[in-house]
Design a protein. Structure first.
Length: 183
């Protein structure tokens, strides 16, 4: 009986000591976001595709993506392994230089002025949120506009990371895709 009590106390102690609280678990599930310049620099050492979240500070759906989709453990893990995750404020006033090309705000000091890089990545279709996929040579693969919950974003991430976009229509890929949310 003494042995059982000792084991029970040790077990309870271990659960309390090692278990993560819901807050700690939420904090653990975060994407490491880079600036585009940081990601391009990292890509020179270790090539990956780019996932660029083009957002604005006033965009409610952008905030919903940050709070839900981009904290989902499935999305966090897959993006971390397969992409350089980049945050790009579409209205930033910063000058951005990529591969010797300079991008600036279209209206320095003005409110809600789109940035040249955001406009270039989105082909002038300025809607937020929008997600830009670039290959490891920093060339456009595709743009995904609008809010996407985790179960909708997961197959897109696989489609791009696994380079299925090169030879398989998305609808066909989707018919055979078994992800974490539809098991």
């Amino acid at each position: 009986m003494k042995r059982f009590t000792t084991l029970l106390i040790l077990s309870v102690f271990m659960v309390i000591f090692y278990a993560k609280s819901p807050v700690q678990a939420q904090e653990a599930a975060k994407i490491k976001w880079y600036s585009i310049e940081e990601a391009v620099k990292l890509n020179k050492k270790h090539q990956k595709k780019f996932f660029v979240d083009v957002y604005t500070d006033w965009c409610g759906w952008c905030k919903k993506m940050d709070a839900g989709t981009f904290t989902d453990p499935v999305i966090v893990e897959y993006m971390s392994k397969n992409f350089y995750a980049v945050k790009l404020d579409a209205e930033t006033q910063d000058t951005i230089v990529i591969n010797a090309q300079t991008f600036v705000s279209t209206n320095p000091g003005g409110k809600r002025a789109s940035h040249q890089l955001a406009a270039a990545l989105l082909n002038g279709k300025m809607s937020y949120p929008s997600f830009v996929f670039l290959d490891d040579e920093v060339k456009l693969i595709t743009v995904l506009p609008g809010f996407n919950p985790p179960e909708k974003l997961e197959p897109v991430l696989h489609y791009i990371a696994e380079e299925k976009y090169k030879d398989t229509p998305y609808d066909q890929f989707l018919n055979t895709f078994i992800g974490s949310f539809n098991k």
